[in-house]
Design a binder for this molecule. Structure first.
Ligand code: ATP
Ligand code: MG
Length: 356
């Protein structure tokens, strides 16, 4: 029997509500297949912890987390705690500290999901966006000169290393080859005349090793337009940290909204644990009311199962989510239903038992 150690950081707001449903689904998988076992350990880190201790994560937190196979994260954010504190104090600390340089976000329109686009073939909204997750525009490099003076200047520097670009682009080519799909790079070399020129060069260079992969290259502005007008153009997409942040929110919007958007932060070498999380935040407006949609958090469980090599179970969980959405009997208010968070989680478990 294989056992996987999972660190659960449920976090703030609706985080704990949606994460407990994801844990429920993982336990169901383990029950349906006794060969797979998960050991869960809860950690109280996040903004509430910050309010009490002045820290987002314990001093030895990263050392502790290192021993796990995966991190399952809810959401961090709390009224009164500035976003940059929660972001840099926990989320980016883990992403950077554990070199999770791949941010993998499925943009797939499931049956039963609402799509705001008209006149598109629903089955063609099916892509995977790979966002560079360790450097680029979010490297945190810059300067603030002559603060408060008339000549004040603020610099925010993008950092694009050869190693950083090559590894994410190579990952994307490998995935496109494995799945027999096209690969699209999104950049902006006409305006960002250093970083994106380099990005495009690396994309082309590495492409020489993958003559079997059909590639496209879009400027980010044009890509945004086509995400809306012709999303069928995209299959596997690779892009920088900032552009990936933006286009994946657009992707979430065309594939059913925040309640359905999942994201994996991967360290493909498995030197460090990878982290799985719903894309949405802590949503304090609906926290504690059982209204939170757990499907994004459950979809990230499907990604975790894929990453552990249980692709058939990852697919079964996704099929179970889709079944619940098509049946429309158990849905949270954001999807037009009247069910509570835990009832939706129970429905997914039931659907999974039927599928498996
Ligand atoms: P944070 O500061 O942590 O990002 P936020 O209020 O910005 O929190 P978001 O996740 O960005 O929260 O979501 C914006 C809004 O979308 C929320 O206020 C909430 O109404 C809705 N929302 C987000 N996630 C969910 C969900 N899982 N289920 C239902 N509604 C959601
Ligand atoms: Mg937010």
């Amino acid at each position: 029997m294989k056992s996987h150690k999972i660190a659960v950081i449920a976090g703030d707001g609706i985080g704990p509500e949606v994460i407990s449903e994801g844990v429920k689904v993982l336990k169901a998988v383990s029950k349906l297949n006794p060969e797979i076992n998960f050991e869960f350990t809860d950690f109280p880190w996040g903004c509430e912890y910050y309010v009490k201790t002045g820290k987002m994560i314990a001093d030895d937190g990263m050392e502790t987390l290192k021993k796990f196979d995966a991190i399952y994260l809810g959401a961090v954010g709390y009224p009164g705690v500035p976003d940059h504190i929660s972001l840099w104090g926990l989320l980016l600390k883990i992403r950077k500290g554990f070199d999770q340089y791949i941010n993998l976000r499925p943009v797939k329109l499931l049956n039963g999901a609402e799509c705001p686009l008209k006149n598109v073939d629903r089955s063609q909204i099916d892509m995977v966006v790979i966002r560079e997750n360790s450097e680029g525009e979010y490297a945190g490099a810059g300067d603030w000169l002559f603060k408060g003076k008339p000549e004040e200047v603020v610099l925010q520097t993008g950092v694009f290393s050869r190693k950083g670009c090559e590894r994410v682009i190579r990952y994307a080519y490998e995935l496109a080859r494995k799945e027999g799909k096209t690969l699209t790079s999104i950049s902006k070399a006409n305006a960002l005349n250093y970083s994106m020129v380099f990005w495009d060069e690396v994309f082309e260079e590495i492409g020489k090793e993958y003559p079997d992969v059909k590639t496209y290259s879009y400027l980010v502005d044009a890509a945004c337009m086509f995400f809306v007008k012709q999303p069928e153009r995209f299959q596997i997409v690779v892009t920088s940290n900032l552009f990936g942040d933006i286009v994946t929110d657009l992707g979430a919007a065309i594939a059913g909204g925040l309640g359905l958007a999942a994201g994996a932060n991967l360290n493909p070498e498995r030197t460090f644990p990878s982290m799985f999380e719903p894309v949405h935040g802590s949503a304090p407006d609906i926290a504690g009311q059982g209204k939170a949609n757990p499907l994004a958090a459950i979809w990230s469980v499907s990604q975790m199962l894929d990453f552990f090599g249980y692709e058939n179970w990852g697919k079964a969980v996704l099929d179970a989510i889709e079944k619940v959405m098509v049946e429309k009997k158990f849905l949270t208010p954001d999807m037009g239903g009247t069910s509570k968070t835990n009832e939706v989680g129970d429905a997914v478990v039931k659907a999974l038992e039927e599928i498996a």
